[in-house]
Write a protein that binds this ligand. Structure first.
Ligand code: NAP
Ligand code: GDD
Length: 345
């Protein structure tokens, strides 16, 4: 029997990698896309899988649409990856973020419950942003939550409603508390892609300076291609559960830049602190990194580092790609794109 997976957020980074993985496993993939002026499928094209996906029009804000789509699709597994996923934007659009990232989860769970789809397994894209002002180092499934943004607060609701529908209605609903994961398909507004694309443009002479915010925050960065495997593994378990997925290593934004720069033939020397910091390329003497207050957040998450022991033991999940390999992969992809003057990043 061919299994059907319904993936929300299929046009995003994780949606694309998950679809590729599940296609390789022989799944039928129904991919949910929002109605926009032009459907954004460039990530699926990049992975060469666009033609293998059945697309349906879907929005987490519209309950009747969710009901119809889920009834028609009759999925074996639902992966809810759709979200307003940018933390910075959530401070500007807190109500919209709550509607999509919190209420949107309830709408899908209610649809599963309404149709009595007790065999349908559900994955919720939870996040290390739940830990926010981290109460322990490293963070694991027992660490208490203290979100620091409207995004984190909305995702906290999404996380608990997933737990609640499991406990109250017996749904096979699991929540992956994933730490930051990146790739050549990461959105360009997130700091890692902003750096790898920005440095590629500076190296090519298309741009003089890269403006960033807080260079001292630390993140546990892994490769998205490894993390989607953990999502699938969670839904293959007899019992649903919550799992932390992380590399167990953390680096600052500053460190990310220091490791990336030599891949572009640059060598970074820092001068000044906090808002006055600048990064100079020693080889040319030019200032290539400056700080712009606009990229600071009203409340910051300073340090994230996860402990995935439970995922390793119970799911058999392992992180295959290390930090340097991740940076190299992203830098190479952006150098190629800039060299070929590609427009759809
Ligand atoms: P992403 O690239 O920003 O993709 C988000 C997806 O959600 C896009 O396909 C977007 O569609 C869709 N979407 C947004 N609002 C929607 C709505 N109202 N209805 C239906 N679809 C909507 O995010 P990602 O990095 O792949 O992350 C996937 C999920 O994991 C998100 O829920 C994110 O919050 C969570 N997460 C990510 C990380 C990470 O480090 N990447 C870590 C932990 C958790 P459009 O293309 O139309 O905008
Ligand atoms: N985006 C961005 N742009 N971030 C910057 C910049 C900048 O110019 N300069 C410094 N930063 C810092 C942010 O302040 C933050 O501390 C860190 O870089 C990472 O920012 P993002 O890459 O935007 O990711 P995030 O950690 O806020 O959120 C991502 O990871 C979460 C998991 O922890 C998103 O993918 C979320 O959806 C996800 O849940």
């Amino acid at each position: 029997m061919v299994k059907t997976a319904f993936i929300t957020g299929i046009s995003g980074q994780d949606g694309a990698y998950l679809a590729k993985l599940l296609l390789e496993k022989g799944y039928r993939i129904v991919g949910a896309t929002r109605r926009t002026a032009s459907i954004n499928t460039h990530r699926l094209q990049y992975l060469g899988i666009e033609q293998d996906i059945e697309f349906v029009e879907f929005d987490l804000l519209e309950f009747t649409n969710i009901l119809r789509v889920i009834e028609r699709t009759a999925p074996d597994e639902i992966y809810n990856l759709a979200a307003q996923s940018f933390v910075g934007t959530s401070f500007e659009q807190p109500l919209f973020t709550a509607d999509v990232d919190a209420m949107g989860v309830t709408r899908i769970l209610e649809a599963i419950r309404t149709f009595g789809m007790t065999n349908c397994r559900y994955y919720q894209a939870s996040t290390s942003e739940l830990f926010g002002k981290a109460q322990a180092v490293p963070q694991n499934e027992q660490t208490s939550f203290h979100p620091r943004s409207p995004y984190g607060v909305a995702k906290l609701y999404g996380h608990w409603i997933t737990v609640n529908y499991r406990e109250a209605f017996g749904l096979h609903s699991s929540s992956g508390i994933l730490f930051n994961h990146e790739s050549p398909l990461r959105g360009v507004e997130f700091v890692t892609r902003k750096i790898t694309l920005g440095l590629a443009n500076i190296a090519a002479g298309n741009q003089d300076v890269l403006e960033l915010g807080n260079l001292d925050a630390q993140r546990d960065w892994g490769f998205a291609g490894d993390y989607v495997e953990a999502m699938w593994l969670m839904l293959q378990q007899d019992e649903p559960g919550d799992y932390v997925i992380a590399t167990g290593k953390t680096h600052s934004i500053r460190k990310f830049i220091e490791i990336a720069a030599p891949l572009y033939g640059m060598e970074i020397e820092w001068s000044g602190e906090a808002e006055d910091a600048i990064g100079i390329d020693r080889k040319t003497g030019k200032t290539i990194i400056t700080i712009n207050q606009a990229f600071f957040r009203p409340a910051e998450v300073d340090l994230l580092i996860g402990d995935s022991s439970i995922a390793r033991d119970k799911l058999g999940w392992n992180c295959k790609t290390n930090f340097s390999e991740l940076v190299e992969m992203m830098a190479a992809a952006d150098q190629k794109r800039v060299g070929e003057r590609q427009v759809n990043f």
